[in-house]
Write a protein that binds this ligand. Structure first.
Ligand code: PLP
Length: 409
């Protein structure tokens, strides 16, 4: 006999990240900070090992009247000013597509509502081969299957693999829902070029002759791209989608505002026809009401105030950390190049991931690193190095140490 629904998997979540984070903490306690490299933590940390919390954001939050923090949001789809500002912040004048915005609890809410509402039970969700673990969990909670496309071919986005997997799924179920986490892919730090995006859109348009195609573009890390505003320009290409293609952009204030615990984000809905947008908006509004009812009012109001009244101080703070990320990652990748430690093509963002074709070899390497008090996180076919939380001085010499350990295996 079981009490929960039949389809759901009863295996508990194995939080491998948490376990390694705890081991790294313990090692620091026993051996002292200097003896340990802790590259496990996936949030932005400063050079003194503290989580970054922008003054421009939390100063604004603390100025909000208690009544604003106490109140429900203005609607199930989010406060109207928040919805408008999210659209301007992410898309601005780059698109003429019909659109709407639904506030969600974090980027997680935007991704999960899409996974739940765009596919029927038993259907297949298309994911990158190396990706954020929650995508598969979401699929399994909704009793969906998954297929993965290979991410890279010769240092570039593997459009051919993306096309092939999408075609196979389209043939089977006459519908495609595919996730592309870009820019600043978690965990490789890859960002598609404009040409690669155009090739993706060609694939989607071609596929859409056979059935509806939904692209879920997860942009969780977009505000830490090294190209600044230009990192949003690929969105212009979405205007070329056919009428049978629908784009959902999953936005998160967790990283953009260093506000992970405030649980706020948005699903930006885009299509050629207003009626298509309205169809999805109706279903998302109902799902939002049914699942979380409404989104943190203080978080929405803070986002709006920061980008209207505190924009320049926010930009200055954020830019200083973008520079820091760039410095940390470039030390690590330059040294990795020098000693031929292979990593996936990194362009920008929170993580660099070492390339490990064989997961058994990856496991052995990960263990060997820990013996030398270098703590990292295992991902499919890789070892994730969280430069977002690794101080500059710890980045120096790390690649060579890792390569030496790898060579002993
Ligand atoms: N997408 C990716 C790739 C992520 O790594 C994360 C968080 O780590 C999210 C989405 C969602 O973040 P949140 O729900 O905190 O906005």
């Amino acid at each position: 006999m079981r009490f929960v629904k039949e389809q759901v998997d009863l295996q508990p979540i194995v939080d491998t990240v948490f376990a390694i984070v705890a081991q790294a903490k313990q090692a620091k306690k026993e051996l002292g900070e200097a003896a340990v490299v802790d590259a496990t933590i996936g949030s932005l940390y400063d050079e003194n090992g503290k989580i970054v919390a922008f003054d421009s954001v939390f100063g604004t939050l603390k100025q909000l009247p208690n009544e604003v923090m106490a109140a429900y949001a203005g609607s199930f789809t989010g406060n109207p000013n928040y919805r408008e500002h999210v659209y301007d912040w992410v898309v601005g004048d780059r698109s003429k597509l019909a659109h709407s915005v639904i506030a969600t609890p974090g980027g997680t809410g935007a991704v999960s509502i899409t996974v739940s509402e765009m596919l029927d039970e038993g259907e297949t969700l298309i994911l990158p081969e190396i990706c954020w673990g929650s995508y598969s969990l979401m699929a399994s909670m909704d009793n969906l299957k998954t297929r993965s496309y290979s991410l890279f071919e010769g240092g570039h986005f593997n459009v051919a693999s993306f096309r092939q997997v999408c075609e196979e799924v389209m043939q089977q179920q006459k519908k495609v829902v595919a996730i592309i986490n870009d820019p600043c892919h978690n965990p490789t730090g890859y960002s598609l070029s404009d040409d690669e995006w155009n090739a993706v859109i060609d694939v989607l348009n071609e596929l859409s002759k056979q059935g509806p195609v939904i692209l879920l573009n997860d942009i969780a890390y977009i505000d830490f791209a090294y190209r600044g505003e230009a990192a949003r320009d690929y969105i212009r290409n979405f205007d070329r989608i056919s009428e049978n293609v629908f784009v959902i952009i999953a936005f998160s204030i967790s990283k953009s505002m260093t506000a992970y615990g405030m649980r706020c984000g948005a699903a930006i809905l885009m299509a050629q026809k207003q009626e298509s947008v309205r169809e999805v908006e109706i279903v998302f509004e109902k799902a939002a009401r049914a699942i979380w009812s409404n989104v943190n009012n203080a978080a929405m109001e803070t986002f709006v105030s920061v980008i209207t009244d505190e924009r320049s101080s926010y930009e200055a703070e954020k830019d200083s950390y973008v520079q820091l990320l760039r410095e940390r990652s470039s030390i690590f990748t330059k040294e990795a190049d020098a000693c031929q430690l292979a990593y996936y093509p990194y362009k920008e963002g929170f993580f660099v991931t070492l390339q490990m074709e064989d997961n058994a070899q990856r496991d052995a390497f990960h263990e060997a690193l820990m013996k030398e008090h270098i703590y990292t996180v295992k991902v499919n076919k890789g070892i994730r190095v969280a430069v977002c939380s690794l101080p500059v001085e710890k980045c120096y010499g790390l690649a060579k140490r890792m390569k030496d350990i790898l060579d002993t295996l």
